[in-house]
Design a protein around this ligand. Structure first.
Ligand SMILES: [Ca+2]
Ligand SMILES: [Ca+2]
Ligand SMILES: [Ca+2]
Ligand SMILES: [Ca+2]
Ligand SMILES: [Zn+2]
Length: 593
């Protein structure tokens, strides 16, 4: 018995000692490099290293756990010497909600790293981080990121939450994934030589196939994604992971799966998504939000669905101001409207941010395949081609595989594409396997990562510079005779975003900003908005004039006038969810005129 115990102990000891040395343990260079994609463990290790190097500015916390028990990590960046994060306007950024859309994680990581390493070094970044808080969630779907790296995938597979769903309704759940038949870590395509097939070899590039014309002899039949019929039902790859789409599962304008596929059984059925929503919802200072996806080269604003109605014009002015600048920062990207220019979505995270948080919210569809596509010889950059015919065509179909293959051959030395290789399939017999690899198509080649992450982080930073920045001035304390004073205040906002979005104001989402006037020896007789200071036109508030409710517009001001009776000091306090808290004290004194 004792011997057995000792053997077990010895085995355990060996296992424990062996763990840090395995190939799977994170190896992250620090300072961080952006010439690679970080698997989940490396991403989290990179965040721990950053938090360790900047304990004063960065807080790393777990907001909840995914379906498979992996932590969803959130980062708060705040400079405590200028106050707590909740007293400052905040920027929310997330990435990788779809498991395969990993580069959103790298953009978030880069943004955090950039802000931290430039704080105290670059004047713009220092000023930004002194007045703004950042909440960043680099990997919204940690199970997705983990499995995208660890498992064989196509560039477009493994997007969902790990909530088992019986897609083909045969009573078995997730029973027939694609299979990596040749063991290369990718799910590629299968084809079989077939004189009756619908495709023939392309004359210019034999790796490609073209559809045969009527009357032409065929050469190939396409058999779809690599795989076998795991459950013997006669169909291949018909029920893989999920599918509950983490970006159709949010609690605003959610619709059931018969309307919106992948919606899940009910809103926030995803445990990690729900935990993140609760964490975010508590941060009422969020003024602008970004969610990074792939792909297409787009900065999208809502509405997500036409039926929700267009955003108010004051909000569109803000969206346009930032969106059009983002277009300049990331050449080739386009600023567009979700439902109109892409497609309708129900229950997505960005509409939730806009409608229930009152934030200005953008979806970035990062990476434009054109930037990895050689132009056909003789064509100039502005020339129209099939890829520019329409939005969906631009996203995938219209891009010439011929030119992309040349890019893979000559710029990535073949790393993006697997040439066709023979394989003995248990059902189809002699077939060939080949095509685009997992780390292609929706992800820029690794040497392009740094440019992508930098420019997209700069688009976020531009928006961060335009969260409201309000100043409070007491512009006048004028004695009117006796103990009566006329006091005028001015709240001015030097940035593009108002202190409350028009959408939030319209739906009474939360209390407006407050301006409170008080003094131990003073009584506020009346007060209201100073409509015209020259003609002394004031819109007086009927009840409780000592508290005024207001919104300071972007690049605008609001002035108030109060009639105060009394003496001593007068305290003026401004409080705003998105613009922090300001306070001024002035003496009730001075000569009348
Ligand atoms: Ca099934
Ligand atoms: Ca399934
Ligand atoms: Ca494979
Ligand atoms: Ca099957
Ligand atoms: Zn996505």
């Amino acid at each position: 018995m004792n011997t057995m115990k000792n053997i077990i102990a010895a085995v355990l000891l060996v296992v424990c000692v062996a763990v840090p040395a395995t190939a799977d343990s994170p190896k992250v260079d620090f300072p961080l490099r952006f010439d690679r994609y970080y698997p989940l463990d490396d991403m989290y290790e990179a965040l721990r290293l950053l938090a360790g190097a900047h304990p004063d500015l960065m807080k790393l916390e777990e907001v909840g756990r995914s379906e498979e028990g992996r932590p969803v990590m959130a980062i708060t960046l705040n400079s405590p010497k200028t106050g707590p994060a909740m007293n400052k306007p905040a920027v929310y950024v997330d990435g990788n909600i779809h498991g395969n859309e990993i580069q959103g994680g790298e953009i978030c990581l880069y943004l955090i790293n950039y802000l931290l390493s430039n704080y105290g070094r670059n004047a713009e970044v220092t000023a930004l981080l002194d007045r703004t808080a950042f909440y960043v969630v680099p990997v919204v779907n940690p199970d997705g990121r983990y499995h995208f790296f660890a498992d064989a995938n196509t560039p477009s597979s493994n997007r969902s939450l790990r909530i088992p769903v019986d897609d083909d309704r045969d009573g078995l759940v997730d029973e027939d994934f694609p299979d990596d038949l040749d063991g290369d870590g990718n799910i590629c395509e299968m084809r079989k030589r077939d004189p009756f097939g619908a495709f023939k070899t392309d004359l210019e590039d034999p790796r490609l196939m073209v559809r045969v014309k009527p009357g032409e002899k065929g050469e190939w039949t396409l058999l779809g994604e690599e795989g076998i019929d795991n459950d013997g039902d006669g169909r291949l790859n018909e029920d893989s992971e999920g599918y509950v789409d983490p970006n159709r599962n949010w609690g605003y304008d959610w619709a059931p799966p018969y309307v919106e596929s992948g919606a899940g059984e009910y809103p926030f059925s995803g445990v990690g998504i729900k935990a993140l929503a609760e964490w975010t919802y508590a941060r009422t200072n969020i003024a602008v939000g970004w969610s990074f996806h792939n792909f297409g080269g787009m900065y999208l604003r809502g509405p997500s669905r036409k039926g929700l109605g267009e955003y108010p014009p004051q909000d569109l002015a803000v969206y346009d101001y930032i969106g059009k600048q983002a277009e300049r920062i990331m050449p080739g990207y386009r600023y567009l409207i979700s439902w109109k220019d892409l497609y309708t979505t129900y229950g997505d995270s960005v509409e939730w941010l806009a409608r229930l948080m009152g934030a200005y919210a953008y979806v970035a569809e990062v990476y434009q395949v054109q930037s990895e596509t050689f132009r056909e010889p003789g064509k100039k950059p502005g020339d129209a081609d099939a890829s520019e015919a329409g939005m969906m065509a631009m996203l995938s179909e219209g891009i010439s595989d011929r030119e992309r293959l040349k890019f893979s051959d000559h710029v990535a030395q073949g790393e993006l594409y697997k040439p066709w290789k023979p394989f003995k399939h248990p059902v189809y017999g002699d077939i060939e396997i080949g095509g685009w690899v997992k780390m292609s198509s929706r992800l820029p080649a690794t040497f392009m990562i740094e440019d992508m992450v930098h420019r997209n982080a700069m688009a976020v930073i531009f928006s961060a510079k335009h969260v409201p920045e309000v100043s409070l001035e007491v512009t006048e304390v004028r004695p009117l005779g006796g103990n009566l004073y006329r006091v005028r205040t001015r709240l001015a906002n030097s940035k593009a975003m108002p202190t409350m979005s028009a959408l939030a104001e319209k739906s009474n989402l939360y209390p407006k900003d407050m301006l409170k006037v008080s003094g131990a020896g003073a009584r506020v007789v009346s007060g209201g908005v100073l409509v015209n200071p020259y003609d002394n036109i004031v819109s007086y508030k009927k009840y409780r004039p000592e508290v005024q409710f207001l919104v300071v517009p972007g690049f605008g001001k609001v002035e108030h006038q109060f009639l105060i009776e009394g003496k001593g000091e007068l305290k003026v306090v401004y409080e705003s969810r998105h613009a922090g808290r300001l306070e001024k004290t002035v003496p009730l004194a001075g000569k009348g005129d």
